[in-house]
Every structure is written in C-alpha cells, then in structure tokens.
Design a protein around this ligand. Structure first.
Ligand SMILES: *Cc1c(COP(=O)(O)O)cnc(C)c1O
Length: 377
C-alpha cells in the first residue's frame, strides 16, 4: 500500500498562473507593485468583503511590518513586552523578538484553543505600562467566536495597547457569526506558504480597514517609502513579486473548492473520531484546515496513534506539541502563569493528513489507523 503523506501541497499549474503572469511580461514590470500585484490587492479585498490589502513576501515579514506599524502609530515602540499566546508556531514569537521586544506568553482556553481573554486582561494589568502590543493568533487559522474577538479588542482598547492578529493559516476562514476574518481596523496577517490551504510557495498578506495603518504597512513593506523614494519610516523589503502575485490570483480562482474539499475531509474525521473521545477545535467548521487538527483523549493514546501512523505509513504528526515557550530561543521569555491549558493541549495534540486531493480511500485509511490505535490503548 502506498504511504498517505501528512500533506500533499498543491500549487497552481504553470498554465493557470501563466495566464496572469502575461500581464507582467507585457508590461515588463516584475515587482514594486506590478499589474499582477495590483490586481491581486483588489481581488483579495473583494474576497474579504472590502478591506485594505498589502501582499507580502511571507506572513513572518507581514507580522514584522504590522507590529511596527501599530506600535509606531500608538507610540508604544519603546515599551519592552508584546503579549502572545504560547500555543502557536514559533514565527509569532520570532517576529516579536526581531523587533527587539520580549514575548510575554499567555495561556489559551480549552475549547477553542484561542488566547484566553481573562489571562490577557490579567497580563496587561500585571505589566501595566510595559506592553507595546498584543499579538493574538487565530489558532490553526480558525477564528475565535465573535464574542471572544470583541473581548480581546475591548481588553486591548481599555489598556490602550494596539492589537495585531496572526491569522496565518486562516485566509478565507469564517467565524460563528459568518463573518470572514480580516475585515477589521485591527491588522490581520495571513500566510500563503506552500503548506497552507492558500498555497503559492512563499507569500502572505496584511489586511486592515484603518487607512493610516494601511499607509504605514504599505510604506514599511517597501523600504519605508512614503513619497516616491523618500523613506518616511525605517522599513524593510517585504514586497510580493509578480510571479507570486500571478500564482495567488490563480489560487483565488478555485479557492472556494479547495476550502469545501478540506472541510468535507475534516467532517469525515470528526464523525469517526469524536465517539472515541478525540476533540476538535470549537469553531473550526468555518476554518481552513491546513491539517486535520485534533486532540487525543489522553497522552497515551496520542503516543499510540503516532506509532500506528509510523508503522502503517500514514503521515500523522503533532503540531504545537512543543509550544513556543518551551523552545530554547524563548526559554527565558516571561510567562503569565503556568500555561496549564497550553501544556495539556500540547500533550494530546495530533495533526492528521490533509490535502486538496486526499482520496476517500486515503481518508478511510487515516481513520482506520487512528481508530485501531485508540481501541488498542
Ligand atoms: C505558517 C505560520 C506562520 C509563518 O508563515 P510564513 O508565511 O511561512 O512566514 C506564522 N504564524 C503562524 C501561526 C503560522 O501558522
């Protein structure tokens, strides 16, 4: 039997992206906001319901420019701390560190695996006057319930601390109110990495409804240029070139089918694994399903499932099994409390295979391996 890979990334065909790339060739304009990049900005904005969009080289550089923009706009740049959940990919904390700030790790809540609003409020009051920004995440790209998103915003507003959202895996995700994420004044950052559901290789996006922040992000991602080639800000180069923009335009053409397929696979996993005590992230029906994220009923079952996957040649792995605060680079970063929920999730987390073209037979094999392992514990 063939192996079932963990992920089987799929980028647009050369002919699909070539249809767009011709625009750049005809214009002899290959970066710095060429025809594909400009078209992509407007198509992404339409897809999200009308919001300012800045395509970037990847989400990590998008986080750097979005954080810089909000901190400069609020005058918090000199403050040392940026609050982040630890139950995330290390890039979230990495963006904070390269800007010269220290991540202050907070816990998540157990049902949605999202940053805990009470922990956030406590962390902000314990470190009053020391926090430059809050960098929340949409865990695994899934937006939190609309009321939790409002709570984060209210807590940040009350503390007069700016908020940025790392929604990297979540381009196209909707929350429980049916709203697509990213259409807010608060900047949201997305990844178009080869392994995300919206896949172009390397790429990303920053969105905001705030005109001042949009102008800052736009300048900061292009050397800080504000007028012509005058650097009004100290910026970096995070511009998306035409080849990647053409690729993103081609992805957008079939993206609703991609999301529908991934959600259908996830629904199959849910139907078969929930009765055995596996738990899925609350709110994930509107998620983008970069992988089949689930928690095992207990750490022993997780170990058994990982072993069964290895011996059955089914690519099952675990994500955030080492949360950010337990990576050597961040071992010395401050934490708010013991991060109990993060530790409990990390000990049970599993990531099941996912691909746009995962076949019904492959999905059944994944389920068989997980069910067999769980029954044997
Ligand atoms: C994928 C991911 C990133 C990094 O995205 P890149 O485009 O590869 O830089 C950052 N944060 C989270 C939460 C991610 O899942």
């Amino acid at each position: 039997m063939n192996a079932v890979p963990f992920l089987r990334p799929q980028l647009p065909s050369l002919s699909a992206l070539g249809a767009y790339y011709r625009l750049a060739e005809e214009a002899r304009f290959f970066s710095n906001g060429g025809p594909c990049e400009r078209l992509l900005r407007s198509r992404l904005s339409d897809y999200l319901g009308g919001v300012g969009c800045v395509p970037v080289t990847n989400a990590t550089s998008g986080l750097v420019v979005a954080l810089r923009a909000v901190m400069d706009a609020r005058g918090t740049t000199e403050l040392p701390l940026v609050v982040v959940p630890s139950y995330t990919f290390v890039a979230t904390a990495g963006a904070v560190r390269v800007l010269g700030h220290q991540p202050l790790f907070v816990d998540v809540e157990p049902a949605g695996w999202q940053m805990d609003a009470d922990a956030l409020a406590d962390a902000l009051s314990d470190h009053g006057g020391q926090v430059a920004a809050v960098l929340a995440t949409h865990t695994f790209g899934t937006p939190p319930r609309a009321d939790l998103q409002r709570r984060w915003q209210a807590v940040c507003d009350a503390a007069e601390v700016p908020l940025v959202v790392d929604a990297a895996a979540g381009f196209g995700a909707t929350d429980d109110s049916g709203a697509r994420s990213g259409r807010e004044a608060t900047p949201h950052v997305y990844s178009f990495h080869a392994t995300k559901s919206f896949a172009i290789g390397e790429g990303g996006l920053v969105t905001t409804l705030d005109e001042d922040l949009l102008a800052r992000v736009d300048a900061l991602h292009s050397f800080g240029f504000t007028e012509g080639r005058i650097a009004g800000y100290a910026g970096i180069n995070a511009k998306m070139d035409e080849l990647h923009a053409a690729s993103a335009l081609a992805v957008l053409d079939t993206f609703d089918t991609v999301l529908a397929r991934r959600r259908a696979i996830a629904a199959h996993y849910r139907e078969h694994l929930t009765p055995l005590g596996f738990r899925f992230q609350v709110g994930n029906a509107g998620g983008t399903w970069q992988a089949g994220y689930v928690t095992a009923p207990d750490p022993e079952t997780r170990t058994a499932v990982l072993a069964a996957g290895a011996s059955g040649r089914v690519g099952i792995t675990a994500y955030y099994d080492r949360p950010a605060h337990r990576h050597p680079a961040y071992a010395d970063a401050p934490r708010h409390g013991p991060l109990d929920v993060t530790e409990a999730l990390a000990a049970r987390a599993l990531a099941l295979p996912m691909a746009n073209d995962l076949t019904a037979e492959e999905v059944d094999r994944v389920v068989d391996v997980v069910v067999g392992a769980a029954r044997g514990v």
